[in-house]
Design a binder for this molecule. Structure first.
Ligand code: AHR
Length: 315
């Protein structure tokens, strides 16, 4: 009896052993297959670790995310995961979390706030992703002239800013490659299609377009539909390169309708929870940026097999 009492008393003193850690997750929304997979993986990772995950869907609105973070702070959660829709405007709410001593981990997108306002950020090198896409295209076209249309991600988001810059770095020195149209498709399939229709119209029905660079696969998939409806062959008449590596783009690659994608893992939560656990256990401060891998896939990389491997993973 005495032993049991002592055991529960020490669990109370240590604090963490007795009850699950509560983590608030402010997710952007569900604009893409990749985003849906990130949500699923985060929920699975939390469950596997016995973490109580409080999920909030901001439906693409920064004000909803700020309200969610404030409510997590008021609730006194043990940590906050934040996938920030845009890069600016986070200082005040991050300061509130810091004052409340609640560690914040950024997932997949960056903010322009001082790094002291968050514990760490888990994500890929977004500039590098764009560079890989640009270099792939430069290799494909060689010396041939190539007019490129670009579907950008959500305006003001770090992947839209960095993937645009990276692609331009990747084609630097290749004067034959020119970006002739560039517009946001907000990372959605529907807007990717609509904007691509406008590009096709502006570019001689698509005859003047050599390649499409889309900041994510969902916009590329929408654009592929528009290209087909315009009577052209995506993947042949217009090369298609994008980012994410979701199952649908592998299906398009297997059908010869897309050419290349740069992988972004949806498992940002695994490294985030590892960093949080070490922080909770003994105050270990992680690196300010935990980088995930970016791998290029082309039609030569068994796209059907990649589709089969990924299709059940929550995309
Ligand atoms: O921040 C990552 C990007 O956001 C993904 O590439 C895109 O699909 C998502 O919406």
């Amino acid at each position: 009896m005495t032993k049991i009492l002592l055991a529960s008393a020490s669990a109370l003193v240590l604090g963490t052993a007795a009850s699950a850690q509560v983590v608030g997750f402010s997710q952007i929304g569900s604009e893409s297959g990749w985003r849906a997979a990130e949500t699923t993986v985060t929920q699975q990772e939390a469950e596997a670790r016995g973490i109580d995950l409080q999920f909030s869907d901001a439906q693409q609105k920064q004000e909803n995310q700020i309200a969610a973070v404030r409510s997590f702070v008021a609730q006194g959660v043990d940590a906050i995961l934040l996938a920030p829709v845009v890069a600016t405007g986070w200082d005040a709410v991050l300061e509130e979390a810091k004052e409340a001593e609640i560690p914040v981990v950024l997932l997949d997108r960056m903010v322009d706030s001082d790094p002291s306002l968050y514990l760490t950020a888990v994500g890929s090198d977004l500039v590098h992703e764009g560079e890989v896409a640009g270099q792939w295209l430069a290799e494909q076209v060689g010396e041939e002239p190539c007019r490129v249309v670009e579907l950008q991600g959500t305006t003001g988001s770090s992947p839209a800013i960095d993937r645009a810059q990276g692609f331009r770095n990747g084609i630097e020195g290749h004067a034959n490659i020119e970006i002739v149209q560039s517009q946001t498709g907000d990372f959605t399939r529907a807007q990717g299609k609509t904007v691509m229709e406008a590009f096709l119209q502006a570019e001689n029905g698509g005859a003047d377009i050599c390649a499409l660079y889309a900041h994510n696969d969902d916009m590329a998939v929408g654009a592929i539909q528009a290209i087909k409806e315009a009577g052209l062959k995506p993947g042949e008449d217009i090369l298609v390169v994008s980012i994410d590596a979701v199952p649908d783009i592998f299906q398009a690659m297997a059908a010869g309708e897309a050419n290349a994608t740069v992988e972004l893992t949806p498992n940002m939560a695994g490294p985030a929870f590892d960093a949080l656990q070490a922080y909770w256990d003994n105050g270990t401060e992680p690196e300010k940026f935990i980088q995930t891998e970016s791998k290029l896939y082309t039609q030569a990389d068994d796209p059907q097999g990649e589709y089969d491997r990924r299709k059940g993973l929550g995309y």
